[in-house]
Design a protein around this ligand. Sequence first.
Ligand SMILES: O=C(O)CCC(=O)C(=O)O
Ligand SMILES: [Fe+2]
Ligand SMILES: [Zn+2]
Length: 644
Amino acid sequence: MDLVPNLQVFEALGGALLGAGGRVLLRNGGFIQLDMELERRQAEPVEEGGSNKGGPRGTKKLSRKEHKMMNVIAKQMNVEISQRPSEWAVIWGPSLSTGTPKRDLKKMCDPPPVEIRQYENKMFSAMRFLDPAHAAIAKADLSGRDFAELQTMYVGFLGGEPPLESIEAASPFKVGLPEGLELIPEFISEEEEENILKTLVPEDLNGLGQSLKRRWVRHFGFDFDYDTNNVDTTKPSAYAEFPKCVSPVVERLVEKNIVRKKPEQITLNHYLPGQGIPPHVDTHSPFEEPILSLSLKGSVVMDFRDGIRHSAIILPRRSLLVMKGESRFLWTHGIANRTFDVLLDVDEGVTARPREPRLSLTFRLLKENKVCNCRFPFMCDSQKGKITSENASNLEDNLVHQVYEDIAQHFSSTRHTPWPKIKEFVQNLGQSDVLLDVGCGNGKYLQLRGSCCEVGTDMSTGLLSICRSTKNAEVLKSNCLMLPFKNNTFDAIICIAVLHHLSTKERRLQAVNEIFRTLRPGGQALIYVWAKNQEVDETKSVYAQKQDVKTTSNDLAADSKQDILKNYTFLPVHNRESDFPHNDMLVPWIKGSTDKSEVHHRFYHVFNQGELEDLILEIVPQPSIIDSYYDQGNWCARFQKTHV
Ligand SMILES: O=C(O)CCC(=O)C(=O)O
Ligand SMILES: [Fe+2]
Ligand SMILES: [Zn+2]
């Protein structure tokens, strides 16, 4: 019997999704711990009758652990565990969470189960055998064995029937098709596909494409700029001509009236298993509807989301996806970074299917007037409200200052540990150096040097009183745009996680100017701001790793404490599943326990790489930046005021 099933999937898991500590990235962006006991187990001596690899473990230990696992499963399934063999058994390990197809699970048992049920985001599968004796054999064979080196399998018997598989979990259309979406199967023939794949092989396009974090892209007609999410129509792409192999496709699009004119722009995306594209809406103003995506080489599940609605749609190879109406302008579309998809198979029911490499061609039609008049103003770059110098101060009052008043206690309770590099900066100052902390919050960077002269400023009265009561710190209420200090006062200034709450560039410059003005010549300042990019070298920041509650721009007002948000529907709400798609966003703060939690939204301007340095260099004469780096989701810069 094959005891290491589906190695391929697991290798892929290990390569792409297995994070530190044996964590597996879930489809919803969270993590599950693959085997919390792995390290402990390996350190333990092997009991009699057990081996550390492959074979069943010491029976006593096994049964204790197994008992625990079965209790967990029983609770989740709402089915009793039976001590005696029964026709239904449950196995911990191979499951939808590990991307194990049912056929692989069948192969592990001899005799095989006649039915398998799997559940989304669950680490177990239920198996029905023809005879309870077969279930007993499966338990004897599999319980306590390693599953592809990653975890131990446990098997138990069920006292009743397990829940039915939820069709919801993997239905191609969880909530039905988004309005305006159409999928045309077999839009191109196998020969046409082969012809395109022969010409557009990513490896052959040396230097012509762009390697993005999670996929490889190349543009035809006009380049697509991922910073602005727009095309520059004044500059045709270096490869303006469409390749000949796509001509039949373009002609067919017009012939079949799918488009009213020939598309002017094509984006080629190439995805390896584990890769994807973050949820997004193609910017409205540059492109008219429809937007088209042709799938080649491999199939994939594409997720459409509209606030709380989610529709997962299988895109078979050679099919054409046509996005019009709501599906074009309102719903986001994206492909999760995973090595397998969970889907509903006619024969197998809910099951996992390993991903294959996939190539897609997105066809877009340029809009002549570059103005969109769609019905979804809050999703529309043409109709969105804007942050202006007139409303910026109000916006910060409502979406920053007021929020920190409301969450002061809870916020402070989550902010204990000083970050090492900031602590180091402060502790390297001389005993007589005077330090200013602009936006000091609960004062976690104050008094790291014993009783030195330090001043903190903040806009939150709540946080300032925490500074006073817990540290007896010298703090005062003041806006970083207008520091109440004379020129050239401080030996050092820190400004941590403050500038990203300012809503226009002018105001961010003003704050840097205030830091520069109050710093003495020769003094140094350290600034931290939140980065748009929350993942560097495949490592997510602590923020990006946490699971979030469901909040989207559309149910904004619904579960938020802030009535005022109606005035700011043009600001999208970030959800942690994806990178920040925009620089200016609302970030939810969840206050309280899960069932009685309140959601507060704070305004953030997240910084692009290099943006902080550029800001500093507009104010501070060169050479001044001594150090700049990325630290846990933040861009950081240290500069010195040169002697004048
Ligand atoms: O790969 C796909 O089918 C989608 C690509 C896409 O959404 C895009 O390029 O904007
Ligand atoms: Fe797109
Ligand atoms: Zn629009």
